[in-house]
Ligand binder design. Sequence first.
Ligand code: AMP
Length: 288
Amino acid sequence: MRDIASDDMTIFKKIKDLQDFLQQQKGRTIGFVPTMGALHNGHRSLIEKAKESTEIVVCSIFVNPTQFNDKSDFEKYPVTTDADIALLTEAGCNVLFLPDVAEMYPGGLDKGTIYDFGYLETVLEGAMRPGHFKGVGQVVSHLINIVQPNKLFMGQKDYQQCMVVRDLLRQMGKENSVELVICPTKREADGLAMSSRNRRLSEPQRVLSGILYQCLVSIQSKKSSDNFALVQKECTDLLKAKGIEPEYVALADARDLKILDNYNGNAMVALIAAKVGNVRLIDNLILE
Ligand code: AMP
């Protein structure tokens, strides 16, 4: 059996080789962190969290074409493989799975099980990015079947995606065998949520982008008011005044993402999506 306690990270490009390796580790708990690469400290925090409670940490880097509704977003998605390998090695990741499109979709991009996430596909990210969550379900289910993790680590940064994956695990009949661990959003000093897309922002755009988090904080701070519509308008006006194009500024029930017209006493989440130049950013805050 290979010693996974060494500092080396093993890289696999083929499903069969990864599975053979994991087979040899039988009995050890597997933590899995799926990513699209261009890794930053948000991803790193997921690896670190996985290391706390599982014995083998597997990270995947795969820019999944089927979840991009915008072709140019896919084409411009940053690829920084050497830096990613360095970050993962330093973070103590044990295994990197780095497949290409042909390995993941040998029969074509429309093959594999396509899941239906109902309501979640119709609101917010689902509405703005048609087909996006179908692509997420397709790739995450495939990856889960390959890696067979005990725990799956995902970021709250992609709140709706976490809900979709929770539903996916239920539909796969794995809600009791794969634990979904939702990890807090890592932010830059000004509050901007770390994101692979941030590196596509120019310096002035980067400075402006901190406003997204300020909007979320202001939604939170006004939660005892009785006029979310006003707070929502203040936020959209503020974003527009800065030259940022808001796609949505929304309030939803944190449990099922039902859109709320106004604050209520329940668990709520504020969500925002906006375009800074041609870079689309999303963020959210659970209202404490
Ligand atoms: P991505 O590479 O963007 O697909 O993200 C891979 C995983 O990292 C997803 O579960 C994301 O939610 C998570 N993630 C991305 N950004 C952050 C962040 N700033 N903090 C915590 N997790 C994040």
